[in-house]
Write a protein that binds this ligand. Structure first.
Ligand SMILES: *Cc1c(COP(=O)(O)O)cnc(C)c1O
Length: 387
């Protein structure tokens, strides 16, 4: 299906709402029935009917139709955060006594779930370096029911060979989940490579305006229905109509935003690479990236997030660099219109900081929609302040 069609038309039945171009926000908790027979029929199949907005809501369903199509999935569910999307899709696929194989350093709240919540219910997790397929082969146990992937991850961008891991998991009857937040469905299609469930934080590129938190899980109808009938309905973490509308609005410009961010990212990578205060730039679509050929093979694009190692002897220099930036904000998250910087040293005390450890001198930069020249000027000025 054409991306332009998905974004502009699919799922929108404008005659149902006064031919309004923009979809309505159906801000309702429940739906009424004319007859008891209709109500009974609805109860028999809540997955496909409007009864109560914790289950289905028309504004949310327009969004779901589009997001599932972007992932080339049979169906999807939209949650009120990416963390909720992770939680529900993992929980739906494990039971007491099961074992999970996860890439090392997955998104922090996925790791919290594996380390703190699931062990209370007898589910254990092994972390592996996902760059090597042998590590998956070695880590799989007779009770492994789930492989959890994140490709690329959002700090150091290590990637996994999704097709190879999917084939291995299929042969062993293991379900695979991939966090696709970095790429979005426009730059990577995990389901087409055989992955069972793909998810993303829609807070990032789908919203694109740093004004809402949301998450998407896409898969075949069987798995989506399973999650809907248990975790989705039970946890009650579905997205609300107004937030769904914000995502619909964000989606309209997704390809244009990614295009602009991609073009700026290359310019900023080139600028950083030649700067004397930069030791190393980490970006999956740069030839210096160790997994460059696999990245090129399975991803259609890369943009926005990159990391670099700054040359500094003291933590104060890194702090001064960040604080000198006038247009790039110090903040977590990414995917919005505004550029952001996140220094690794913010996750440790001054005593823990060790300048000899390059990871401590790492900064994650998100390139937003500002002009690249404007951003390069800001970075140049901040480097000059610590030189
Ligand atoms: C932000 C993020 C999440 C969590 O999404 P929220 O919408 O913040 O709950 C999950 N995975 C990755 C890679 C992320 O960057």
């Amino acid at each position: 299906m054409d991306i332009s069609y998905i974004i502009n038309e699919l799922g929108e039945d404008r005659e149902k709402y006064f031919s309004a171009l923009a979809p309505p926000i159906i801000q309702t908790s429940n739906f009424v029935f004319k007859t008891v027979a209709q109500m009974r029929a609805a109860f028999e199949n809540e997955y496909d009917t409007y009864i109560y907005s914790r289950g289905n809501n028309p504004t949310v369903n327009i969004l779901k139709t589009k997001l599932a199509a972007l992932d080339a999935a049979e169906d999807c569910l939209v949650f009120n955060s990416g963390a909720a999307a992770i939680f529900a899709s993992v929980l739906a696929n494990v039971k007491a006594g099961d074992h999970i194989v996860s890439v090392q350093k997955p998104y922090a709240w996925a790791q919290k779930m594996f380390d703190v919540i699931l062990p209370r219910f007898g589910v254990t997790t092994s972390y592996i370096d996902g760059r090597y397929i042998e590590n998956f082969e070695r880590a799989i146990l007779p009770n492994t029911s789930l492989i959890y992937l994140e490709s690329p991850n959002s700090w150091s961008f290590e990637i996994q060979d999704l097709a190879a891991i999917a084939a291995l998991a299929r042969a062993e009857g293991i379900t695979t989940i991939c966090d696709n937040s970095y790429c979005t469905p426009l730059y990577q299609q995990p389901l087409a490579m055989g992955i069972d469930i793909t998810l993303q934080s829609a807070t990032k590129y789908i919203s694109g305006h740093s004004d809402t938190v949301a998450g998407v899980v896409s898969s075949n109808s069987h798995l989506i229905k399973k999650i809907f009938n248990s975790e989705y309905m039970n946890i009650g973490s579905g997205i609300q109509p107004f937030n769904a509308w914000l995502l619909l609005r964000g989606l309209r410009t997704l390809p244009a935003r990614l295009q602009q961010i991609t073009s700026s990212t290359y310019k900023i990578v080139a600028f950083l690479q030649q700067h004397p205060l930069v030791e190393k730039v980490i970006f999956p679509f740069d030839q210096s990236f160790p997994q460059y050929s696999l990245a090129k093979q399975q991803m259609k694009g890369a943009c926005g997030l990159l990391s670099f190692i700054i040359k500094a002897e003291r933590v104060h220099q890194i702090e001064k660099f960040c604080e000198s930036l006038q247009h790039i904000f110090i903040a977590v998250s990414w995917g919005g219109h505004e550029s952001l910087i996140l220094p690794k040293c913010s996750t440790m005390s001054h005593d823990e900081f060790n300048a000899e450890n390059p990871e401590h001198r790492m900064l994650r930069l998100y390139i937003g929609l500002e002009s690249p020249e404007y951003l390069i000027e800001d970075l140049t000025m901040a480097f000059d302040k610590i030189n």
